[in-house]
Design a protein. Structure first.
Length: 367
């Protein structure tokens, strides 16, 4: 039987970042169990074992944190004395989305309840499992978000303050951000009180291929790439939420995974920013997508759309110091890869629609 370097449990393995993390861990020689409500949408999972279950259920969490061997026997009845803790756990599972999901207020209760339940379940069950096995070696990564930073430090679009030590006094601009801040403190408290090794990162607008690109939960880069891709080659007009002067930075998925990997291999607990310092306005983001597409794009600003803070940009001083990591890919390069991938998705949908129409015509003709 093949030997593996380590074992890892990836929660939220059917999502964007989680599915990419599974791929990286497999390349590093890990045996990986993925858990989510759904399989990855855009590619086959590379996890050795994938469990489709609800992590809000504490009994599910109790079972998935137990490793029973490389054969992938989650559904087998094995007594605890033959099971072991995982070497590493990566916690990406959360109820989340873009501004259209987070900032309407309609989803606040679900966001807070669902995400907090998963984190509470994981830490409490891991604490009990560690006690039962008389060990405390399982290292847990928690993916927080820049949304936890206080709104009052992000009012100036040209000079936002997102240093790690600027988090207090706390004042996130959304319930999503408040839950992330609470859960950060939860992980650090279980580290302090029970010795559970944790690592906490604050992600800044991660984007790239295989991320949600339509349906209302997509982030700005994917939404804008989709809108531009749907224009004819002659160009046209797309909707842009807000006046377009709000600022953000965006980090390509491969760089996010590399930084996360380095954090987990380090002795630094965090919290630490993982993001890009290439701050742009949303108008500039549109112009970047238009340049990549070689299309002339006009903007129709929707001033009453959900927006979030006026300015946000990663500050990477701490991550450079502690991990020796920094972003290296330009926004334009990342947008190009994302745009090309979204074009392929649109082409596949169009092709499928044409084939379906042809089949319907054949049925009518034969009838």
């Amino acid at each position: 039987m093949r030997e593996y370097k380590k074992t890892a449990l990836v929660l939220g393995a059917g999502g964007f970042i989680g599915s990419h993390m599974v791929k990286r861990l497999r390349k590093e020689g890990y045996w990986v169990r993925g858990v989510d409500l759904k399989y990855p949408e855009f590619s086959k999972t590379e996890a050795n074992e994938f469990v489709c279950m609800d992590l809000r259920d504490v009994e599910v969490v109790r079972r998935v944190i137990r490793f029973g061997g490389y054969t992938g026997n989650f559904y087998s009845q094995i007594v605890d004395k033959f099971l072991e803790p995982f070497d590493e756990i990566y916690q990406f599972a959360a109820d989340m989305g873009g501004a259209g999901f987070i900032f309407t207020g309609e989803n606040d209760a679900d966001i807070m309840h669902n995400s907090a339940s998963i984190n509470l379940n994981l830490l409490e069950e891991q604490k009990k499992w560690n006690k039962d096995k008389k060990t405390n070696h399982t290292k847990i990564f928690y993916s927080s978000s820049a949304c936890m930073y206080p709104e009052h430090n992000q009012l100036d679009p040209n000079n936002p303050d997102c240093r790690e030590n600027s988090a207090y006094p706390a004042n996130p601009d959304s319930e999503y951000g408040w839950e992330k801040l609470f859960s950060e403190r939860l992980y650090l408290t279980y580290n302090r009180n029970y010795g559970i090794p944790v690592r906490v990162a604050r992600y800044h607008n991660i984007f790239g291929p295989e991320g949600t690109w339509d349906g209302g939960r997509e982030k700005a880069p994917a939404a804008i790439c989709r809108k531009v891709a749907q224009l004819s080659q002659n160009g046209g007009t797309i909707e842009v939420w807000g006046d377009g002067l709000q600022t953000r930075s965006f980090l390509f998925i491969d760089e996010c995974i590399e930084a996360t990997w380095r954090l987990m291999q380090s002795d630094f607990l965090g919290p630490v920013n993982i993001g890009s310092e290439e701050m742009v306005t949303i108008n500039q983001l549109v112009e970047t997508a238009a340049k990549v597409a070689n299309k002339k794009v006009e903007k129709n600003h929707i001033l009453d759309a959900p927006l979030g803070v006026r300015g946000r940009n990663s500050n990477n001083d701490l991550v450079r110091e502690k991990l020796g990591w920094d972003y290296s890919q330009s926004l334009e390069d990342g947008i190009r890869k994302t745009y090309e991938w979204i074009c392929l998705q649109l082409y596949s949908i169009e092709k499928e629609s044409v084939l379906q129409s042809e089949e319907e015509l054949e049925l009518l003709a034969s009838g």
